[in-house]
Design a protein around this ligand. Sequence first.
Ligand code: HBI
Length: 359
Amino acid sequence: MSAARKSMKLLFVSTPVGPLGSGLGGGVELTLHNIAQAMVRRGHQLQIVAPSGSIEDSLPLVQIPGNLQITAQSQERTASVTMPENSVLANMWDYARQVQGEFDLIVNFAYDWLPFYLTPFFQRPIAHLVSMGSLSDALDQIIRQVAKQFPRTIGFHSLEQAATLALDQQFFCLSNGIDVSLYEFCAQPKQQLAWVGRISPEKGLEDAVAVAEKTNIPLKIMGKLQDESYWQQICQDYPNAPFEYLGFLSTSQMQQVMRECRALLMTHRWVEAFGNVAIEALACGVPVISYRRGGPAEIVKDGKTGFLVEPDNIAGLVHAISHLDEINRQTCRASAETEFSLEALGDRFERWFMQILDC
Ligand code: HBI
């Protein structure tokens, strides 16, 4: 710990849509874990608050009971804010209110109205890491309100994500990062492609399955099966496509499959805030073929670490696959090691947190 960098006491308050480790929290689960690891490695103290049933192997965790929040992406844009009886979101933030005096900074990982609304009522500053692009008018409005009242406390993962919120105040763009040592480089892939993510309409899995059918290259699908009817529809629409669903795997199991793929396909319909799976693929040396939309468009170097394709253009995905031999898989790995490592992630988040505490 350099003298200049004092140790911070951080309280991380997780997403209320599912326990850590359940997969319901999507990318936020890995993101929270990685930022926590990066902060602890730099000598900061930290406590994680998350719904009961959460799993955190080596980090201090407080589990809070209560009913989960409805996922924001399943709501209409004009939907009112809803809170279930005995809300785990409310219970987590009541706990944060009670213990805030023991911490320097609270970090909010929930994409929900309540933590933003509560910000002025807290004695301690709250850093809000916004995990998705604009989805609801009520949330857009409260985020803009907090950005105005508490400059520098709003963080995003990508510029395109931030642009959907159209904040004219200063915000932080933090990208993201992973523990690259958990991913093993593979120079000689099998004739297969990967698709990784929550199986839900906004992720556009059907396009990747259509590519598998057109190219007859087997597609390995991994991730939380969140929308059963959506999955059944894909299975009905593409009875002969060569795809296999491997389930929601641990990082170690997922990377063992991912690393042997020729490429990762990213077919998201929405403005993906970042796309953790893209940097996980790069860490394995796997090129990323992605729609030019959202975070992945700021991760993939077109023609160097993969290809960016016109959004929703399946023929474009197929064309990119035919050029995969132009990509050097070592370049993909190097990109993860330099830009998206835990060290780089820690630098960005520590700078953000220090800026909030210094003001
Ligand atoms: N919905 N209401 C709500 N709150 C969240 O924190 C939330 C969500 N939907 C998805 C989600 N978080 C994460 O899976 C993504 O932000 C990555």
